[in-house]
Design a protein around this ligand. Sequence first.
Ligand code: SAH
Length: 392
Amino acid sequence: MREKNRKMPDSGKRCPVRKKCGGCSLLEMEYSEQLKRKEDFVRKTLKGIVKPEAIIGMENPWHYRNKIHASFARKRDGSIVSGIYEEGTHRLVPVEDCLIQDERANRIVRELCGLFESFKIKVYNEDTGYGLVRHVLIRTGHVSGEVMVVLVCVSPVFPSKRNFVNALRKLHPEVTTVILNVNDRRTSMVLGKRDIVLYGKGYIEDQLCGCTFAVSPQSFYQVNPVQTEILYRKAIEFADLHGTEKVLDAYCGTGTIGLIAVEYAGEVTGVELNPEAVRNAVSNAKRNQRKNIRFVQGDAGEYMQKMAAQRETMDVVLMDPPRAGSDEAFLSSLVTLAPEKVVYISCNPVTLARDLKYLGKHGYRVNRAVPVDMFPWTAEEHVETVVLLSRI
Ligand code: SAH
């Protein structure tokens, strides 16, 4: 309720760095207007395929991001400021209070500037290549309240690290883990390969639709937890499961959708290309004591071909491909496997339309589509859509 009553900042005054940052391209627009625009975009893109239902927006569209990055710079007077790099430059745009990032994370970033000053820790200078701390990554658990701080440094040697962590925890007892990530390369990658746990368990846990997931510095996890729940619940509602179905979770990532769905299904198989994500999915299944779920590492299209060749069947296929959408190899395998229902979760209406056209020509009817706004204030093509298809 507290969130609902918060006043919306005046249009135009909303963010002093909106132009230089460029992340929130719809910041000048009222939220209701933005939703309409996103809904129109989905309607136009899916024209002739299916008429989408009303878009599901956020009740409170501010401070939703559970993952944030901050860079730092030293001013002439020696004080340290945090912010983001202006695109294509080494110029830091100071950001005091980002409107879409988690507020706890915003506060921690501000506090870190003072801590770096008092501990005399040098922040990295992109021009000279001198300094220790390159960025900070903060991930917050929306339900659990756990907070992870990742100090991305050029070297594994962090002076007075124990005292530093204690001072940070004193100011922010909600910080449950602190990690030093070593990134000594001159690349645009935010994180390096090596993580050194300075405090806590090295990951946070968060709950989504009643399941618990581990989130480590590198792991993929949706950035808007409120809308992700809505999106996944819609997908499961569309699948209309009755406790007996065989379900395939294609492009399953760390297994989130499948793990939530398995409670309502007979059994779930998740297929994912990335071996690291599959490892996370397996440990998430253990964490939630789910037995009737398994994960396979490999290409989802090839997996379905193999199933069909062995005359195995699936009742429902849930698919959540990357922005590029699916491909013909996947879609033709899907048609061969011929599940009764397909629930397509898409983060790109354009590739969704292309894939739905293919399925429409190959024995499927597109029944329903619901857009969900996952990224308020950002460009109109950043909208997710859940679609229900059934075999004719
Ligand atoms: N459903 C997950 C992740 C979706 S992101 C979630 O919501 O958390 C899309 C995933 O598809 C990525 O993890 C990517 O590694 C995976 N992927 C891409 N191509 C694939 C393919 N051909 N077969 C299986 N997985 C694939």
